[in-house]
Ligand binder design. Structure first.
Ligand SMILES: CC(C)(COP(=O)(O)OP(=O)(O)OC[C@H]1O[C@@H](n2cnc3c(N)ncnc32)[C@H](O)[C@@H]1OP(=O)(O)O)[C@@H](O)C(=O)NCCC(=O)NCCS
Length: 392
């Protein structure tokens, strides 16, 4: 078995048949293959690894170069995607070997963290990943926001085709990357593809600054206005975008919009009738998962007061004994001894990402935490829900 890294130009001949069989309706057509080939310019900076035998590609994995905010610190992130193996080569450990190589390589190239969308979370739990929230979807009739039509808000909303609204939308993403825990963005090479998407972009501005943006499409007269994540810097941006939705009364029956878990749409209006859902299902509707690839790269992360020595056994990337300490609210990391706590890679990642508290780590079997260590870990790594918007 030969494991090697390939270029984007090699992907159509090697990765395409695996990916097409795994993720697309099949058999596929020559046009499907040609469409894949045309997209390869957006994968020039992607790290792709394959396993091949006798000239045939049997499995492949890829990592998109991304950046992610984790508790206020922005890291290089490996966005794992395109994980697939030939049906006749499955359960031979090929993807396990490729993923281990991929995570090691991207860590060595500077990625402190990794994220992915699993087909089955327990598969990636074996690789040290832990779940973070899936977006919620709110569906409501524009009438529920009618009161906003009369509101005189200090700002305006412009509706643009993607080609014209992309720069503002992307600028807001970059701004949110520095402000919002969990937020992640692609590099310029990968994100250039989204410039070609057939969406409207509603851009909310106040005082000349972009304070909100949402991409959307309308499926039909009397149908749905289907929006992606409601991105805003604060309540003015949100109110301006909701006011814009309200203007679609009698044009669409409902607005369907993606939200983070901390949005509470029933509070958007007095007569607000809304259905908010967070549906999770294998294999296509799973919540994302994340893991830490490099403990030392977490130095400087804003944390609560405290100090603790932890051991992460059996993890090739972050295994060892680590002294974690808050120095004036910023994490310091050093090699340690005499650990008081044992954590799996997933348990540690759950604490760092703020999705699990120490008792939940214990209850989930992701660590051994004596009661005396619970308050310190809870204070240093308080619960804080990440919001990953990028889909990959
Ligand atoms: C999922 C997939 C990539 C697994 O590939 P594979 O080459 O069979 O994986 P491996 O043989 O390396 O398996 C690694 C481990 O996961 C286990 N595993 C494999 N498939 C699994 C599944 N569907 N559910 C649970 N565990 C699974 C293996 O038993 C093995 O466990 P071990 O290390 O304890 O022995 C492959 O089945 C596939 O291409 N599926 C369709 C596409 C897909 O869903 N891709 C994932 C997108 S996120």
């Amino acid at each position: 078995m030969n494991f090697r890294q390939i270029t984007a130009a090699e992907r159509p001949a090697t990765m395409f048949p695996l990916q097409a069989y795994a993720f697309m309706p099949s058999p596929w057509s020559a046009e499907d293959e040609e469409a894949y080939r045309r997209r390869m310019r957006y994968f020039e900076t992607t790290t792709t690894l394959i396993a091949e035998e006798d000239g045939q590609t049997l499995a492949g994995v890829a990592a998109l170069p991304m950046r992610q905010n984790v508790r206020g610190l922005v890291h290089d992130m490996a966005g794992v995607a395109s994980v697939s193996s030939h049906p006749m080569a499955r359960r031979r450990g090929l993807v396990r070997e490729l993923l281990q190589r991929l995570l090691r390589q991207t860590r060595d190239e500077g990625c402190a963290v990794s994220a992915l969308y699993p087909f089955r979370p327990s598969f990636y739990a074996r690789f040290g990943f832990v779940g973070i929230p899936r977006h919620r979807t709110a569906a409501f009739a524009p009438e529920g926001l009618a009161h906003l039509l009369r509101a005189d808000l200090p700002g305006e909303v412009e509706r643009l085709p993607t080609s014209e609204g992309f720069a503002a939308w992307e600028g807001l993403q970059q701004q949110l990357l520095t402000r919002r825990h969990g937020f992640a963005v692609f590099d310029d090479v990968r994100s250039a593809e989204f410039r070609e998407d057939k969406f409207w972009v509603a851009v909310a501005r106040a005082g000349g600054e972009v304070v909100g943006a949402v991409r959307y499409r309308v499926d039909r007269h009397g149908g749905d206005l289907i929006a992606s994540d409601l991105l805003c810097t604060g309540s003015l941006g949100r109110a301006l975008l909701l006011q814009f939705f309200a203007r679609h009364v009698d044009q669409v029956a409902q607005v369907v919009v993606r939200l983070s878990t901390d949005e509470v749409p029933e509070l958007w209006g007095t007569d607000m009738q809304v259905s908010t859902r967070g549906r999770v299902a294998n294999p296509t509707k799973n919540a994302p998962m994340v893991r830490v690839l490099d403990v030392e790269a977490l130095a400087g992360t804003p944390v609560g007061p405290g100090a603790i020595t932890i051991e992460i056994p059996d993890d090739e990337l972050i295994g060892g004994v680590w002294r974690l300490e808050s120095a004036g609210g910023a994490l310091t990391v050093a090699k340690g001894d005499a650990p008081s706590v044992t954590l799996s890679a997933a348990g540690f990642s759950g604490l760092v990402y703020g999705v699990l508290d120490p008792v939940e780590v214990l209850a989930r079997g992701l660590g051994e935490i004596p009661p005396a260590a619970v308050p310190t870990l809870s204070t240093m790594f308080p619960r804080e829900m990440p919001y990953l918007v990028a889909d990959f």
